[in-house]
Design a protein around this ligand. Sequence first.
Ligand code: G3H
Ligand code: 13P
Ligand code: ZN
Length: 309
Amino acid sequence: MPLVTTKEMFEKSMKEHFAIGAFNVNNMEIIQGIVDAAAEENSPVILQASSGAIKYARIPYLKKMVEAALEEHNIPVALHLDHGPDFETAKMCIDNGFTSVMIDGSKYNFEENVALTKKVVEYAHARGVVVEAEIGKLAGVEDDVNVAAEDAIYTNPKEAEEFVRQTGCDSLAIAIGTSHGAYKFKGEAKLRFDILQQIKERIPNTPIVLHGASTVIPELVELCNNNGGNIPGAKGVPDEMLHEASQKGVSKINVDTDLRLAMTGAIRKVFTESSSEFDPRKYLTPARELIKQTVQHKIRDVFGSSNKA
Ligand code: G3H
Ligand code: 13P
Ligand code: ZN
């Protein structure tokens, strides 16, 4: 099956109330772990590369590795630019066969974000590519932030509606309490499902995207820390909350940190247990396998996209 856009998978996700996993890719083992899991679950999947990933792996390699995955498996796969910082990067990905791009204008004010997003939407749509945009700030919510300041961080539902109307973007990343990385919450994990609901009421046909949505799986943190790692106090979004989000209108759930933890933990374990090991296949094989298990768990037990290919 050739690469697909996210259009059909998102339509299905909104109709049948499940979410599609969007997993960050940086090398062959990560790509293989993700697509092997998705294929076993007969699930659609989004492979996303950040500009950092593109700089690291280089576009021709990413493209060819994703093509190889499509040769092996018959499931819907979209290739997506994650956090496109500017028009030029989005254009480069569109020109190189990506089927979806994110333009992240969340650092700009509303008008500037609209203008940049519109420019990317025009270029992308003329070439059959879909666009994810973002409004709201994905900052970590500190315990001592007062309510007024806290509300300013989250996506404003009225603004979200206006933003989609003005830009014509295909999907929208929103801020409801998640943040990137391994340290998402100081105290209890909390997501603003009330804001998600208000946004869905205003733009029911726009697929919603949740960034910073790793669980920071405790077992994976422990695996790292028990094998020489030092990642204290890490905390993510619990599986139950992600499951709830997938049922309440979130169509795309972004995961990078959990894959980093899986890969690092598996490699650390091999080095701890066998300090004389220096064959990369001996530590990259368990790394790929743990990535596969991690992705499979999310697809099957949390996002609900098994058998939705
Ligand atoms: O949201 C960011 C992703 O985790 C990608 O991270 O820019 O270091 O590749 P990166
Ligand atoms: P995590 O850091 O929670 O994995 O988020 C990844 C992400 O949002 C990629 O865009
Ligand atoms: Zn993100």
